[in-house]
Design a protein around this ligand. Sequence first.
Ligand code: APR
Length: 179
Amino acid sequence: MERFSIIVGDITQSDAEAIVNAANTSLLGGSGVDGAIHRAAGPALLSECRGLGGCETGKAKLTHGYNLRARYVLHTPGPVWQGGGLGEPALLASCYRSCLTLAAEHGIRSVDFPSISTGIYGYPLPLAATVALKAIMDFLAEHDLPERVRMVCHTEAAAEVYRQTWNLWYAGDRDDRMR
Ligand code: APR
């Protein structure tokens, strides 16, 4: 499905209308992609975030992008990996769905995601990729917006995991696709 693609890059350089920030529940910045986005957007982003009152894990909040090329930032706190038995998959899926829902509600036509929770929050990449791809593809099958969604992996190795996961579940006409 050409509406979705997997690329390697630095999400702070993205030309998408909105980029997603793998945030924490305070929304007051951090390291990883959160730190990179705040550095690239400038201090006005933190000022706007201060007024949002934080964000629950799995939910999403929208801000402007300021000095970023992206017009908007969708902030979503992913789950911390604790072994997989404490609702992490459902919370991770909710991050993707919440961001896409908010984007569609605002008429946003292109959204770039980082690989949420797979850095500091320790979510194993192959497991996160399976959840992320299903959440994205299920949403796109039911909605006309966004028109374009990309997974922006910071490394080729991460992109390879996403591509292999994609091929496992979505390439060809497998009749045993993930339901
Ligand atoms: N562009 C794209 N992807 C990036 C970039 C970047 N510039 N920088 C990091 N990444 C990737 C990481 O390689 C990882 O695959 O983003 C993914 C998410 O990693 P983290 O940024 O560590 O986010 P996460 O695991 O969700 O942890 C969130 O980290 O930065 C803090 O405030 C944040 O407390 C929160 C926690």
